[in-house]
Design a protein around this ligand. Sequence first.
Ligand SMILES: *Cc1c(COP(=O)(O)O)cnc(C)c1O
Length: 406
Amino acid sequence: MTTPSFHTEALRVIDTAETHLANNYNPLEVVVSRGEGSWVTDIEGKRYLDLLSAYSALNFGHGHPAILAVAQEQLNRLTLTSRAFHNDKLGIFAQALAALCGKDLVLPMNTGAEAVESGIKVARAWGYRVKGIPADAATVVVAHGNFHGRTTTIVGFSDDASARDDFGPFAPGFVQVPFADAAAIEAAIDDNTAAVLIEPIQGEAGVIIPPEGYLRAVREICTRRGVLMIADEIQAGLGRVGTTFACDREQVVPDMYLLGKALGGGIVPLSAVVANRDVLGVIQPGQHGSTFGGNPLAAAVGLRVVEMLESGEFQTRAAALGEHLETGLNALIGQGVTDVRVAGLWAGIDIDPALGTGREIAEKMLARGVLVKDTHGQTIRIAPPLVIRATEIDWAIEQLRVVLAG
Ligand SMILES: *Cc1c(COP(=O)(O)O)cnc(C)c1O
């Protein structure tokens, strides 16, 4: 199937990468050189359906024309000013994003981990300045199995050994409780608790969907106990699950949204903390910042992304196609699949260990022209671009059926 010329060229590219890159990833053996919509093309010209979408950073697919157009226009006008000066894109982006979230204020950053770090800083400052927690005593309640990024503070409250081991000492002030257990959150809260930080659906953990009522219970507890509810919607938000935010599934509005990934339209790193003035208003000049945060290129792209979400078109698509996906995947239960969890166009598929690891299944899917990613050993996580077609979903599921049938 692969020609000798592909092997020569692809292996050379992979060898160069492996020789010069830090070894912090273990990519599948494919060298992608182009992308359009839901499809990418490797350097030999072979096409693959991209069911990972860069972990939801490509919710609108590769090279969405509306996003590309605004990025290209902005590239030619102005790309960076730093926040030392105003630029003509940042204010309107913040206005639109705040409105999408139903909040007052936006703090723009770049990566998801930075949004999480920023959210923790804001929550602690709110804890001291508004709630009256004694200096340096503020705590944040987090969930087991969480994934919030890779900085030293964040990995310090992860329970994934490979993310943590040998990277300590870690910042204190975090309390872990089981995920999807509202009573455990209630029990962990005391006078020094500033915030509860959760993913409304745990993505990296394998698309773990809490039982209905959990988010509402967390909201109620946080309100009653005077604690901020922070929703890390970096992967779950912005249309992925069939609603604008995963919290919308239970009509819950957190005190703080953490956004990233798809916010940058698959073009630029763009993240944000979004909250009301009584929370985010605690940050004053000099207390937080970022050289690239709020740059006009990212703001122009982010504004277009928000405009695309305002119509509700992508959310509706994700909801409808998600049902289609769920039906197709459920039919594989007992045929090599042991469990499936689906929320919109997002799925965790547990593979029967007798048929191989998640990684081995991902390699076989690659050979059949479908890009997926394993997580936690036996799980395949898929997050197709929201522009994918129903027939493409059917084709991908058929490839999985064939792979599992051996
Ligand atoms: C990806 C992710 C992050 C971190 O984002 P980066 O841009 O990789 O730093 C944080 N939280 C969640 C839920 C994520 O999925």
